[in-house]
Design a protein around this ligand. Structure first.
Ligand code: ATP
Ligand code: MG
Length: 552
């Protein structure tokens, strides 16, 4: 499984198989229906993979339909970002890009018909009163005074609502269902409200806008959606969904099926809270690499296939669960372990001077681009008198289990020579330089002539050819497992979620383009920043650390 389309089965596929077998449907039609009021996050990725993935697997159709029914919170910026994200994830809606606003006139006509049939009425209760009249799970609702209005009066009022005669909040249109229903969703839900707002697609053509439940059910029916897949919180809305389709006498009857949302620990999957993070400037924007938005994860260095694989791995069920964020990180690692070329970088440099070569000495060391893929070839690393190694790979007073560089000790430079520490230069109580000799017989993994065993292998760079780069290291954004439960996000932020270091990278990385990814040996997987990276000023994001950072 590398493309996220395994043939692992689930209860939705079982339903589809059945529907195709019995001839209920000849082919399937699904949809992904985002509201363009924010950026998509990892939870949406699950829904995208499910809906577009099923259409692909069953050679059906999947619509990308914008649920643009609330002009106050929606914008073109969000709409464009959503399309970019769906495409980047690897899905194609072809000609099937639609908008709830495409159907405003049709939805309005259906509402008039419902009024004429006595199934909808104009209500003048304030939002507070509507709530109060609705009752609770234990108390029945009270009928709105509007319930008894004549059909003629309702129709007249509704038409005048459309014509813009009334202020916002003055009236709503409500379905006449059952104020005593045990299901609160059926206690005369709102169909239309007045919003004197400019809509990013219909401009000022409308000042009444349909509600989500009404719009969504009817749009599904109009587009011939066979399986309308949504998250579990809509389970109690299903009777309403069916009521709308039935009362509107739609010839096509879509079937709503609920599945459990994707929840990840240490991660927010609420658009409202992600917006709060952006607006309160806890992060640098929707695409900050610490954000669980699709564009943030892209910038962090997540690959589309790693996200598709995650969706496949967590599967589809009705069981609510919280996935460990490490499963997500592991999905990225297993993709990049396979597909990322290897390079060297040094994040906290310590100078090593090789005493048994001259200042102008230079030898090219052939280093494989991938240890398991000889067909990927090699690149050249310069071995010169002055080198950089990681500060933490040297210890002045090593413990017994420290196998890297220390006074009098030997270590192997990855793919190159064994070096031995002869002298330590200190400045102001700090190690500033380490003088070593290299053992010429040890190139390419060969042993030391004197039979001494060398356990440690460290990464390194030539100080002569290495170049400077900005490297951004990330940690979890939140200190707590369930940030969704906390209202004041400022209180639970990890102050060390971003660490910027001035690092050295190998010369071969000069060719890296934005979004190219690499494993920096022993340091993790990194990708060149989508926006800030350039040849003159390389910028790399650490996408994910290696499983075990101390392992080569
Ligand atoms: P809201 O409606 O509160 O703005 P939302 O996250 O539901 O937020 P939508 O744009 O309505 O946003 O979502 C589009 C689709 O993505 C819906 O079908 C929704 O069920 C699905 N979705 C949202 N969050 C998740 C999640 N965490 N896991 C799986 N699917 C999700
Ligand atoms: Mg929603």
């Amino acid at each position: 499984m590398t493309d996220g389309h395994s043939h692992k089965t689930n209860f939705i596929k079982n339903i589809i198989d059945q529907d195709l077998k019995t001839g209920k449907h000849q082919s399937i039609v699904t949809r992904f229906p985002p509201e363009p009021n924010g950026y998509l996050h990892i939870g949406h990725a699950k829904s995208i993979c499910l809906n577009f993935g099923l259409a692909k697997e069953y050679a059906g159709t999947c619509y990308l339909r914008f649920d643009d029914t609330n002009p106050c919170t929606e914008s073109t910026e969000f709409m464009e970002s959503i399309q970019r994200d769906v495409k980047w994830l690897g899905f194609d809606w072809g000609k099937n890009l639609t908008f709830a606003s495409d159907y405003f006139e049709a939805l309005y006509q259906i509402a008039e018909r419902l009024i004429q049939e006595g199934k909808a009425y104009v209500c003048s209760l304030s939002p507070e009163h509507v709530r109060e009249y609705r009752g609770t799970l234990t108390e029945p609702g009270k009928p709105s005074p509007g319930r008894n209005r004549s059909m003629e009066e309702n129709l007249d009022l509704f038409r005048r609502m459309r014509a813009g005669e009334f202020e916002e909040g003055r009236y709503t249109l409500r379905a006449k269902i059952d104020m005593n229903s045990p299901n609160l969703n059926l206690r005369d839900p709102t169909l239309y409200r007045i919003r004197k707002a400019h809509h990013h697609r219909t401009g000022d053509a409308w000042c009444i806008y349909p509600m989500y439940d009404y719009t969504h059910a009817l749009n599904d029916a109009m587009e011939g959606i066979t399986h309308s897949l949504c998250t579990l919180e809509f389970q109690d809305h299903r009777p309403l969904y069916d009521w709308f389709v039935e009362q509107a006498k739609m010839t096509h009857r879509p079937r709503q099926i609920e599945f459990s949302r994707l929840n990840l620990n240490y991660t927010l999957t609420s658009k409202r809270k992600l917006k709060q993070l952006v607006e309160e400037q806890h992060v640098k924007g929707w695409d900050d690499p610490r954000m669980p938005t699709i564009c943030g994860m892209r910038r962090r260095g997540y690959t589309p296939s790693s996200l598709r694989n995650l969706a496949e791995m967590v599967g589809i069920s009705k069981q609510d669960s919280i996935i460990d964020v490490r499963v997500l990180e592991e999905a990225l690692r297993s993709d990049l372990n396979e597909n990322a070329p290897r390079r060297m970088a040094v994040l906290n440099p310590l100078k090593v001077k090789i005493q048994n070569v001259d200042a102008d000495f230079l030898e090219w060391i052939h280093s494989p681009n991938h240890p398991q893929k000889p067909e990927w070839g090699k690149r050249e690393l310069a071995f010169t008198q002055e080198l950089w190694i990681e500060q933490e790979d040297f210890a002045l007073h090593p413990s017994a289990d420290f196998f890297r560089l220390a006074p009098g000790k030997r270590v192997r430079l990855m793919n190159a020579y064994v070096i031995e520490c002869l002298e330590v230069i200190e400045e102001a109580g700090k190690v500033s330089e380490v003088h070593c000799r290299y053992l010429p017989e040890t190139l390419g993994g060969k042993p030391c002539e004197d039979g001494q065993k060398v356990k440690g292998v460290i990464h390194w760079l030539s100080a002569k050819t290495a170049q400077r780069a900005e490297v951004r290291l990330y940690d979890r954004l939140f200190l707590v497992e369930n940030p969704g439960a906390v209202e004041d996000l400022g209180e639970i932020l990890n102050p060390h979620s971003l660490l910027i270091v001035e690092a050295y990278i190998e010369a071969a990385l000069k060719e890296a383009k934005s979004e190219d990814y690499f494993q920096f040996n022993r340091l993790g997987y990194f990708s060149a920043d989508q926006y800030d990276h350039s040849t003159e000023y390389p910028v790399f994001n650490r996408s994910v650390s290696l499983r075990d950072v101390s392992k080569v």
